[in-house]
Design a protein around this ligand. Sequence first.
Ligand SMILES: Cc1cc2nc3c(=O)[nH]c(=O)nc-3n(C[C@H](O)[C@H](O)[C@H](O)COP(=O)(O)OP(=O)(O)OC[C@H]3O[C@@H](n4cnc5c(N)ncnc54)[C@H](O)[C@@H]3O)c2cc1C
Length: 346
Amino acid sequence: MSQKALIVGAGLAGTCMAHQLLDQGVEIELIDTGINHSSAIAVGLVNPMVFRRMNQSWRLDEFLPEAKAFYLQIEQRLACSFFHPIVIRRFFSSEQERRLWLEKSQLLDYANYLEKITPQDEQNTDAINTYGSGRVKNAFWINALEWVAQNSAYFKAKEQLILGEFDTQKWHPQTRKYDGKSYDFVVFCMGYHQKEEPTFAYLPLQQTKGQTLLIESLQINNQESLNRKCFVLPYGNGRFRVGATYEWNNSTLNSTPEAKMQLEQNLAALGTYHYHILEQNAGVRPTVLDRRPLLGEHPKWRGVYILNGLGTKGYMMAPTLARELAEHILNNKPLHPDTAISRFTD
Ligand SMILES: Cc1cc2nc3c(=O)[nH]c(=O)nc-3n(C[C@H](O)[C@H](O)[C@H](O)COP(=O)(O)OP(=O)(O)OC[C@H]3O[C@@H](n4cnc5c(N)ncnc54)[C@H](O)[C@@H]3O)c2cc1C
């Protein structure tokens, strides 16, 4: 007989968990408020690089190919489209950064991600960008709003999604019973709201607000995602997402004039463009001080798990992390030590 799981939260973490468990023959039920302020607000950009240190993103060679294959598979399953390949053009901030890129782009490890700088890139300078630019390949973006909406509709149609608030009064972690029903296991995927639910409240999850602009412009390059101080992602029909702010320990959801000003200043550092603002959006990322996700079983209650702390690179990491947690639950496969929540109790 197949195992039965309850997944609390149907954002990116919960939906990836649901698909990975379904692939392993587990019966699932999701519960979600139907209101999402993170996965649906995200820009959904998957950038192989961390430009601050000009390094590859953590576990890139594992996460990136699996994420790409996963999203393409789920597009088939849901009969819709949200996966978009994109080239990222990084404008260098200094001669030192340009030299670092040149060095790294000679290394075999970076061959899949950094293009060699071409004479055209060298000439791609203006009064603002005097150090030239380089191109990152194998990046993509997921239409995040579409991901959340299409998954909700899919699981709702299959009667696997309960819309409503998870009620802690109806939850018995000792017996894994919720609202009178028993589950073989329960996975908490509540994003930044996890702090407010007692089961895993002991974990050092942080709430990091982020704001973005949606702008319209006829002057910005719509073939590449531009990057320096901020990113600009072509969103179709002459629209662009500009992001994002980092506001630590802040879970408010209002758009602020300060963030708008900061984003416009950052955009001005990239180029002089005519544009007008269509929207300003605010959301909250679930982050962890050591910048590593939170996976594993509750130290006290058997069969009670968490997948959280997806931080700023959720769209790249979530498919692999959900599979790894599913394999841990079902086959006792050890978790990657950097992701295991036992790092906070052992
Ligand atoms: C402005 C911004 C830009 C971003 N840009 C990117 C980007 O470009 N690339 C990238 O990879 N990542 C990006 N991120 C980060 C990414 O969005 C997060 O890592 C990821 O979405 C977190 O997913 P989650 O499922 O853990 O949380 P959430 O999306 O918050 O999902 C949690 C779900 O749990 C539900 N829930 C919570 N409490 C309850 C309850 N009591 N009862 C029932 N349901 C409940 C909520 O309704 C919600 O749907 C961005 C985030 C922000 C805010």
